[in-house]
Write a protein that binds this ligand. Structure first.
Ligand code: FES
Ligand SMILES: [Fe+2]
Length: 392
């Protein structure tokens, strides 16, 4: 990655230090500056594991799925044997962006500019007319040196993660605090709910506002009166997994998607507290949120598009193969719609913060020492990563 001082103005370390040392949020620059967004991509996000897609977005074996992370073009390939690989989405020849839209592939990716072809493992396999019309090989050109550039990747709970720098600790180390926190949860037992079990929305705000809002239980009675009626603020407890994640739990959340007495199948391997309605939500730095109940789990991932635009996607998974059958489709749809309604209620808040932060009268805010602990925890992780990048 490029040194920060060459590519963009350096963030002011003191303003991020203040976030760590006092009950304040991040400075405005962290949300509204495109320079900062690029700095953050190259020196904060790149250094850890970022979710760039859900497997459900890769429709079938033999599929390519492009994702732009703050304009950095990536390509996820689901090979014909189901294996997943991620590459930089750029042709080695003249730098054309290789794939613009998700689509099936027969195993060959052809650049639209001069027809160079890449295999699904990234090798450059054909260079048509490279030595003049009809001559497809040139002794002066070694194809083996010019394949697609791979990106380190890992799959967890249906999510595709990448580590752009290539130097982050192993994924297992990254995720172990979350697995330890939910030691009763086996994500592999919960298949994706299918076509009625996801949604995707575009938010006119910085990705961090969405993530901070995820961990904020304080707004529940004001923004989500419907949710508050069956999951009141008093039943919630704050969660912090130190240095990694924060969120909330609830002791007696209603069962997901239940219609009347009909409920989704329950994971009876989990303890009574879970079966009686415990629900926990953790926002894991940097860009995912996971919600766990005994009958299902869901994930949200945030794709930062620019400093002020974010794509937010939720995927829902249900316990056991039976839960994804036709029999429960109306419950799954009900659950998905209920979740989308809640996240749409949040939209006005996160987009309103994006507009509010234009005010020079606001300087990092005044957080509640009680109610804003999870949001402050997330802010401190970001601030620490920014300071670490500046110290390098
Ligand atoms: S830029 Fe891709 S083949 Fe020329
Ligand atoms: Fe909310």
């Amino acid at each position: 990655m490029t040194s920060p001082d060459l590519k963009y103005p350096q963030p002011d370390a003191d303003s991020f230090l203040a976030t760590i040392q006092s009950m304040t949020g991040l400075p405005n620059v962290a949300y509204e500056s495109e320079y900062f967004a690029q700095f953050e991509r190259d020196h904060v996000l790149a250094e850890t594991w970022v979710c760039v897609a859900n497997l459900a977005q890769l429709a079938k074996d033999g599929w390519v799925h492009p994702v732009d992370l703050l304009e950095l073009p990536l390509l996820i390939i689901r090979d014909r044997d189901g294996s997943i690989r991620v590459f930089h989405n750029v042709c080695s020849h003249r730098g054309m962006k290789l794939v613009e839209t998700p689509r099936p592939t027969n195993g060959i990716i052809t650049c639209p500019y001069h027809g160079w072809c890449y295999k699904s493992r990234g090798e450059l396999s054909a260079t048509p007319h490279i030595k003049g019309e009809g001559s497809h090989n040139d002794d002066r050109f070694d194809r083996s040196l010019h394949g697609l550039k791979p990106v380190r990747s890992h799959i967890f709970a249906g999510m595709v993660f990448v580590n752009l720098s290539g130097t982050a600790p192993e994924f297992a180390e990254f995720i172990s605090p979350i697995q330890n926190h939910w030691d009763e949860m086996d994500f592999d037992l919960y298949p994706h709910g299918g076509s009625h079990s996801f949604w995707e929305i575009e938010l006119q705000c910085n990705w961090k506002f969405a993530q901070e809002n995820h961990v904020d239980g304080y707004h529940l009675p004001f923004v989500h009166p419907g949710l508050h009626s069956y999951s009141p603020l008093g039943n919630h407890y704050p969660l912090v997994v130190e240095g990694v994640a924060s969120g909330q739990g609830s002791h007696n959340q209603a069962h997901s998607g239940a219609i009347g007495d009909i409920t989704l199948p329950m994971n009876n391997n989990m303890s009574r507290t879970w079966q009686n309605g415990r629900a926990e939500f953790l926002s894991v730095f940097p860009n995912i949120m996971i919600g766990v109940q005994a009958d299902h789990f869901w994930t949200v991932h945030l794709i930062p598009v620019s400093a002020s635009k974010t794509i937010e996607r939720m995927d829902l998974h249900y316990f056991g193969d039976g839960a994804t059958s036709q029999q429960y489709e109306h419950l799954r749809t009900n659950n998905r719609d209920r979740m989308l309604e809640i996240f749409e209620e949040d939209r006005a808040m996160v987009e309103g913060m994006q507009r509010g932060r234009k005010s020079p009268a606001f300087r990092s805010g005044a957080l509640s020492p009680e109610m804003d602990v999870p949001a402050h925890h997330f802010n401190k992780i970001v601030a620490s990563a920014v300071i670490a990048a500046l110290d390098k």
